[in-house]
Ligand binder design. Structure first.
Ligand SMILES: [Zn+2]
Ligand SMILES: [Zn+2]
Length: 474
């Protein structure tokens, strides 16, 4: 996509890594070791993440002119809005100017970035601009990711908050015709997270970022279960990389409350790493499991009713608590595999479709079409999975027992004054029951929820969780 001229410049920040295929490290290494490097892996796949440089820490913003100079960019176009301009945009422009790097900063005038924003960006863009810098998070990154891609210019991110793991994503969600639509875009070449800036982010955003990371425990467990039960391909090294990062952060998570810069830096690094892990693997398996399916389902439901959902990471935190509670119920249950087989044989597709229409409303057609293609609920395969589960049940329960307890995650979220119960994020009892039974249908991906459903226990165990939650509230 880039012309050769820009390609050559990009080589400069990682010259020593070019053109050598390395073996994927067995032990987790520093995040930068995984960037712009081709790896051959024991898992049989080649891994590559195109992100070039990540600088996170106190004063990391000072690195910006250096990175820009190494790459030889000469005319910068900074994208901010009124809020991020005062948080970091102004400062970025100043340090670049002091370093003698020509730049222009635009302050976008409205939120809900759409076609008009893209028009505004096009009009303001300097003719000779060779690098775009997004100053912000979420929506600003999405618009810069897409705009730079369309303009055939590379882009960097200077983060003002770290509320979710979308930094290294290559798709962008933008409002078109008043509808949020996802487009192909590009990943940034560099991401900067200055903890002096991140620590001033709104507290709800900080807690949301942690929530998104806590979801990695259940999501990685989903992946390992899928590997055992369905034989789905998995990469142990990527799992290990994400898991050790999530475990490290959980150990220090209490310091998030004090806005400890080092811990906030670790959280941001974990969120960037999640994006890198998705790039390395080639899809979102390393960072998104059934806790994310819950969040996707809620987002759809809120959108249908015109309500504004809480931040993605906050929803994922609540989803993680729900999944952990379901696992705890499962571990307390004496699983009857013959009853599971009977449940599989009694499955009624017509009844399932009726329930999907109730649970998904106008979105039901897409869900039904996806199931027609993926056949993940089909009885013959479900029976095979039940056989595998029965044969490997000790291994499966041992794996489930490695998860953190729901109480640990709940008390952590509570201590951060972040929601931990569905009722605290406007998910009512009907929506909650539908979440347990049907959110797994948003993707054709094998997860804990699909496993509990395979066993014919999803209805009963989710009822137990729901009554357990009512006790929590009292
Ligand atoms: Zn997420
Ligand atoms: Zn691998």
């Amino acid at each position: 996509m880039y012309d050769d001229f820009i390609k050559k410049r990009l080589k400069l920040i990682c010259a020593e890594k070019e053109d050598v295929i390395m073996k994927m490290p067995k032990q987790s290494k520093d995040l930068n070791a995984y960037l712009n490097q081709h790896f051959l892996c024991d898992c049989g796949r080649e891994h590559y993440a195109s992100l070039r440089a990540v600088r996170i820490g106190e004063g990391a913003l000072e690195e910006l002119p250096k990175l820009v100079k190494i790459m030889g960019f000469q005319s910068l176009y900074l994208i901010s809005d009124h809020i991020t301009y005062s948080i970091a945009g102004n400062q970025c422009a100043n340090i670049l100017t002091e370093a003698g790097i020509p730049n222009k900063i635009v302050q976008l005038s409205h939120m809900g970035f759409d076609e008009a924003t893209l028009g505004e960006l096009t009009i303001q863009m300097p003719e000779n601009c060779d690098l775009i810098i997004a100053v912000g998070t979420g929506a600003i990154n999405d618009i810069a990711r897409y705009f730079s891609y369309k303009m055939n210019r590379p882009f960097c991110t200077v983060a003002t908050a770290a509320p979710m793991d979308g930094f290294a994503s290559s798709i962008a969600a933008i409002q078109v015709n008043h509808l949020k639509t996802t487009f192909d875009a590009q990943t940034p070449i560099a991401i900067i997270g200055d903890t002096n800036i991140l620590k001033s982010a709104p507290y709800s955003m900080i807690a949301a970022g942690l929530g998104d990371l806590l979801g990695k425990f259940t999501c990685l467990c989903d992946w390992k279960l899928a590997h055992i039960i369905t034989g789905e391909h998995c990469c142990e090294h990527i799992i290990e990389l994400m898991e050790s990062c999530a475990t490290n952060i959980l150990a220090d998570a209490d310091k998030v409350k004090e806005r400890d810069p080092e811990t906030l830096g670790k959280v941001m690094e974990g969120l960037v790493l999640a994006g890198v892990a998705m790039s390395l693997y080639g899809n979102s398996r390393p960072a998104s499991g059934c806790e994310h399916h819950m969040s996707h389902y809620w987002e759809m439901m809120f959108e249908q009713s015109g309500k504004k959902p809480v931040p993605h990471g906050t929803q994922v935190g609540v989803g993680t608590v729900l999944v952990l509670k379901l696992v705890e119920q499962l571990l307390r249950t004496d699983v009857d595999f013959d009853a599971a087989r009977a449940a599989a044989r009694a499955y009624d597709l017509v009844e399932w479709k009726e329930n999907i229409r109730i649970a998904y409303g106008p979105a039901a057609d897409g869900v039904i079409a996806m199931e027609a293609k993926s056949q993940k609920n089909a009885t013959a395969d479900r029976l095979k999975r039940i056989d595998t589960m029965q044969a490997r049940w000790a291994e499966i329960t041992a794996l489930l027992k490695t998860l953190p307890s729901s109480q640990r995650i709940m008390s952590l979220l509570r201590s951060l004054e972040s929601p931990c119960l569905p009722s605290e994020i406007a998910v009512d009892s009907t929506m909650l029951k539908n979440t347990f039974l049907y959110c797994k249908e948003v993707r054709a991906r094998y997860t804990i929820l699909q496993m509990v459903w395979d066993l014919g226990l999803l209805d009963r165990l989710s009822d137990n969780v729901i009554s357990d939650l009512l006790d929590e509230k009292d």
